[in-house]
Design a protein. Structure first.
Length: 342
C-alpha cells in the first residue's frame, strides 16, 4: 500500500496582541504605540502517492526529519522573549526580498522611516525550515526534485479572541523566502492581497489634526523663506524618497486560490491533486514557491517571517482604536504541498 504524504501543514500559530500603551491619547493609538507578546504553536504533517514531503528546522540533525512541529519545539526555537509589535518593512513588492531592517514606533514629526526605532527579531516571528521530498518508488528511498506550493494559508481571528475585540488578521503579513541551489524566490502574502500605502499623514499626537513640523534641521522654525520665517508643513510619515509624497506602496499576494481574488498565490487541492484554482485549471508553475533538491547534500530552505503591518488601515485609517484591537488574538496556518505523481 502506497503512503499518501504530499503535504506539510504548519498550523495554529497563535499571537496575542496586548501589553502596555505608550503615549496614547483618548481612545486612539498610533499603530506603533503598543507592545505585544506571543504564544506560538505549529503542528505539521506530511502527506504523495509514493513520496513523503518532510521538514526540519535548519541546523537540526539527520534524525530530526519529521511531520510534526510541536508547540514546545517552535516556542523553544523562537525563544521566550518574543515581543511582537506593529511594525513595517516599508515599501515592498510582492516578489521582493525582505529588507534587512524593519521599523517600529515612528518618531513624532520625523517622516523618514530609516530614522525611526529599528525593529528587533523579537518584534516579528521568523524561523527557517528545510524541506525534502523522499521518493519511495524504488527499492531505496531517495530525495528528488518536486515543485512546492502553498495549498493553504489561514489568517484568522483566534477562537478565543477576547470578547469585544475585533479581527486584526487583515494586518498580518507572511513573507516566504525559498532558496534552492542558486535560486531564491520571495513571496509576500496577506489576507486581502493587493496594495497598501506605507507612507502618509498621521495624527500621532491625537490632537485631531495631521501632524506638522518645521523643516529637518530647524526644529524650532528659526529659518527663513524669503523675508518670513519658515512655516510648519504636514509630515508624511514613512517617506523613503524624501519627496514628501504619499507614494510608498506595499504589494502582496492574496492568501487565496480563488480566481476572483487579487493576486491569488495558493493552489486548489482536491482528492490530493493540486490545481491552479477552484475551476480546476492546470497547475501553474509560476505559483511554485521553490523546488526540493535531489540528493542529500542540500535542501529547499524556507524562511518564514510573520509580522503585524502597522500601515494596514482599520476603519479607513492607520490609527487603530485601542479598545478594538489591543489584546486581539489571531492564528496563522501554513500548508506546503507537492503534486501527486499518479
Amino acid at each position: 500500500m502506497k503512503l499518501n504524504k504530499n503535504k506539510i501543514i504548519v498550523s495554529a500559530l497563535a499571537l496575542a496582541i496586548g501589553g502596555s500603551l505608550a503615549g496614547s491619547v483618548g481612545s486612539t493609538i498610533a499603530w506603533y504605540q503598543y507592545s505585544t507578546r506571543a504564544n506560538v504553536a505549529y503542528v505539521g504533517e506530511a502527506s504523495g502517492v509514493s513520496s513523503n514531503l518532510q521538514m526540519r528546522f535548519v541546523g537540526e540533525g539527520a534524525n530530526d526529519w519529521r511531520t510534526r512541529i510541536t508547540y514546545d519545539q517552535i516556542n523553544t526555537k523562537l525563544g521566550a522573549n518574543m515581543k511582537l509589535v506593529p511594525m513595517t518593512f516599508g515599501a515592498l513588492g510582492k516578489d521582493a526580498a525582505l529588507p534587512t531592517k524593519g521599523y517600529v514606533q515612528p518618531a513624532p514629526g520625523v517622516g523618514n522611516m530609516t530614522k525611526w526605532k529599528e525593529a528587533t527579531d523579537r518584534n516579528y516571528a521568523q524561523f527557517q525550515l528545510e524541506l525534502r521530498n523522499v521518493n519511495r518508488e524504488g527499492a531505496e528511498a531517495a530525495n528528488d526534485e518536486q515543485d512546492v506550493y502553498l495549498s493553504k494559508l489561514v489568517l484568522q481571528k483566534d477562537l478565543k479572541n477576547p470578547e469585544g475585540k475585533e479581527d486584526i488578521s487583515n494586518a498580518l503579513r507572511v513573507h516566504i523566502s525559498a532558496n534552492y541551489g542558486a535560486t531564491t524566490k520571495n513571496r509576500l502574502i496577506s489576507k486581502l492581497g493587493g496594495d497598501i500605502n506605507t507612507s502618509g499623514k498621521l495624527d500621532i499626537d491625537g490632537d485631531g489634526a495631521d501632524d506638522q513640523a518645521y523643516p529637518e534641521g530647524d526644529e524650532f522654525g528659526f529659518g527663513y523663506e524669503g523675508n518670513d520665517h519658515v512655516a510648519l508643513k504636514d509630515v508624511v510619515y514613512g517617506d523613503q524618497n524624501n519627496d514628501e509624497t504619499e507614494n510608498e506602496i506595499q504589494s502582496s499576494y492574496s492568501a487565496s486560490y480563488e480566481s476572483s481574488a487579487s493576486n491569488p498565490l495558493l493552489v486548489y487541492s482536491e482528492n490530493n491533486v493540486l490545481y491552479d484554482d477552484e475551476t480546476k485549471a492546470d497547475l501553474e508553475d509560476a505559483k511554485s514557491i521553490g523546488t526540493t533538491i535531489a540528493g542529500d547534500s542540500s535542501y529547499l530552505t524556507v524562511t518564514v517571517t510573520i509580522w503585524v503591518e502597522g500601515w494596514q488601515k482599520f476603519d479607513n485609517k492607520a490609527i487603530w482604536d485601542a479598545t478594538k484591537y489591543i489584546d486581539s488574538k489571531f492564528d496563522v496556518g501554513i500548508q506546503f504541498a507537492v503534486q501527486d505523481r499518479q
